[in-house]
Design a protein around this ligand. Structure first.
Ligand code: FMN
Ligand code: SF4
Length: 509
């Protein structure tokens, strides 16, 4: 009997380990030999721990499971009270286009054989037959843009590094994943670590970098454990090392742990931290692509950007580019969180409207109350009201509405949310997390909290002051922490004026 119990941190947090122990105990009682696979999560967090049993009719899902539900797994499966049916046929799964996450939840994360049996390493093998320029051209042609937040074309970044002359070059994977409500990087690393390793190896071969680092946040102990083990396995198997898959081309990598600061996700701050310095933002230029880690040309890419590279090489740039909307090509792993009925990871081509994501896929709020706002793109993202729910999910489409998609995290709020408090929180977050290098952010965020407090007390004169302050932070900050904090603040003020009402009323008088 083959049974899958996720080893994903969210599933473990919800009791997956206890369920796994109960399965082993119960199997022994029944004299049944169980092949227990600790897989990644399928992304349906509200059903975790989601247990799957392999049957002739495919994998059957059961959840959310508790140890008390385990004995019935050894009886009539169809009659199990937690039976959900075939995993792949569940609406949440059937509606997705899983390219980057195709193997997550399906395979044993630390089995290289399982990885290869599901298409793994095909992309790297193909890349090894290509020269550097063709590898970079393939990435450019795919239309892939950085999934860390800025949406910068990955091919252009790789081209800059590939064409730079230097004795050493580096690939740095940004796995700091600091945005509120996001977990795609973590899920990928815990559920399919070899995909990230393969993507980094292709990046190295394509740009002439022989060394890579994954900068992984310390708050992700499970991901650190899985990634560290996977690198070791890949090295032993010759996927990493002096001759990648026997090609004669070298690429190796290490996992490094960050100490935990939101600003250390900003690429130049991350590089400082990786070099053992304080995580403070560097002025650009020079670009990290020309002078990055240790002053050498460095590709800094998000986990999802790099983990999407293998499928692009396996299926071809044209295949990947065919999905999407406008200049947002391919698929995006949406992370649906907050006050939502069905939260989790949903990978789909760009282009669904915000309303479809929140109401149809997410199923509305968990509280059952009306949705008031959705913050898209992490703590620096704008709050979208229901009147903007027709916005299609794409970089330009959200930009046109004074928002951003960032790392594709969506945090949903019901009508009990106070948007003035949310605006204050944005300023407070910026004040706490500011690296302190530039004045608009270091001082502006502190003044921002004070100004929102004045509005809360009914001081209408503080509203134009807050708008002014936001404009200064937007145009004068050195990086997006100070530069984008105005998005949540101004969207709260613009779309939810009633929450700033006492002051608004005074201003009208
Ligand atoms: C304050 C701040 C925090 C950031 N945090 C992250 C992060 O946690 N992960 C990430 O990939 N990018 C983060 N970024 C974006 C990075 O600076 C950079 O654009 C990204 O790593 C580039 O990779 P990509 O092109 O693949 O997106 C952050 C940016 C800022 C300004
Ligand atoms: S905007 Fe804030 S975090 Fe960014 S460099 Fe300036 S002080 Fe540092």
């Amino acid at each position: 009997m083959k049974i899958y119990v996720p080893r994903d941190a969210a599933a473990r947090g919800l009791g997956a380990d206890d369920v796994a122990v109960a399965i082993v105990t119960e199997a022994a009682k029944h004299g049944v030999t169980v092949d227990l696979v600790r897989n990644g999560s399928r992304g349906m967090v509200w059903l975790e721990p989601l247990v799957e049993v392999a049957t002739d009719a495919g994998r059957m899902a059961f959840g959310p499971m508790t140890p008390a539900d385990v004995p019935a797994l050894f009886g009539d499966l169809a009659a199990h009270p937690k039976a959900l049916g075939q995993t792949d046929a569940l609406p949440w799964m059937a509606k997705q286009t899983r390219l980057t996450f195709a193997r997550v939840g399906v395979i044993d994360p630390l089995s290289l054989a399982d990885y290869e049996a599901h298409g793994g390493l095909a992309g790297l093998r193909r890349a090894l037959t290509m020269d550097s320029a063709s590898i970079v051209a393939e990435v450019t042609e795919s239309g892939l843009r950085g999934r860390g937040g800025a949406g910068f074309p990955t091919g252009i970044k790789w081209k800059t590094v590939a064409e730079a002359k230097a004795d050493r070059k580096y690939i740095v994977c940004n796995a700091d994943e600091g945005d509120s409500g996001t977990f795609a990087d973590r899920m990928l690393m815990e559920g399919d670590p070899f995909t990230l390793i393969e993507g980094m190896a292709i990046a190295g071969i394509g740009t002439g970098a022989t060394k890579g680092f994954v900068y992984l946040r310390s708050e992700y102990p499970d991901a650190i454990e899985v990634m560290t083990a996977a690198v070791e396995i890949a090295r032993k198997a010759g996927v990493l090392g002096a001759s990648v898959l026997g090609s004669g081309k070298a690429f190796d990598m290490e996992i490094r742990t960050g100490a935990g600061a939101y600003v250390c996700g900003e690429e130049t701050s991350l590089l400082n931290s990786l070099e053992g310095k304080r995580g403070i933002v560097r002025a650009k230029p020079p670009l990290p692509a020309l002078q990055g880690f240790m002053g050498k040309p460095t590709v800094v890419n998000n986990v999802i950007s790099l983990a999407t590279v293998p499928v692009i090489f396996e299926r071809g740039a044209a295949f990947y580019k065919d999905f999407g909307l406008g200049r947002s090509r391919g698929t995006i792993p949406l992370q649906i969180a907050g006050n939502v009925k069905h939260g989790g990871l949903f990978e789909v081509a760009f282009g669904l409207t915000l309303g479809e994501i929140v109401d149809v896929i997410g199923g509305g709020t968990a509280s059952g109350r009306p949705v008031k706002a959705v913050q898209v793109g992490g703590p620096l993202g704008a709050y979208f009201p229901r009147s903007l729910f027709d916005t299609p999910f794409g970089y330009e489409e959200f930009g046109a509405k004074e928002g951003l998609i960032g790392h594709a995290g969506l945090v949903i709020f019901d009508d009990s949310a106070d948007m003035l408090k949310q605006a204050r929180f944005a300023m407070e977050f910026c004040a706490i997390e500011s690296c302190g290098k530039c004045t608009p952010c270091r001082i502006g965020a502190v003044r921002g909290v004070e100004t929102v407090d004045r509005i809360a007390k009914g001081d209408a004169g503080a509203i134009p002051l807050l708008t002014d302050l936001c404009n200064t932070m937007k145009s004068g900050s050195l990086c997006a922490l100070g530069g984008f904090t105005p998005y949540p603040v101004m969207s709260a003020l613009t779309h939810f004026p009633d929450d700033f009402a006492p002051a608004m009323k005074e201003a009208a008088e």
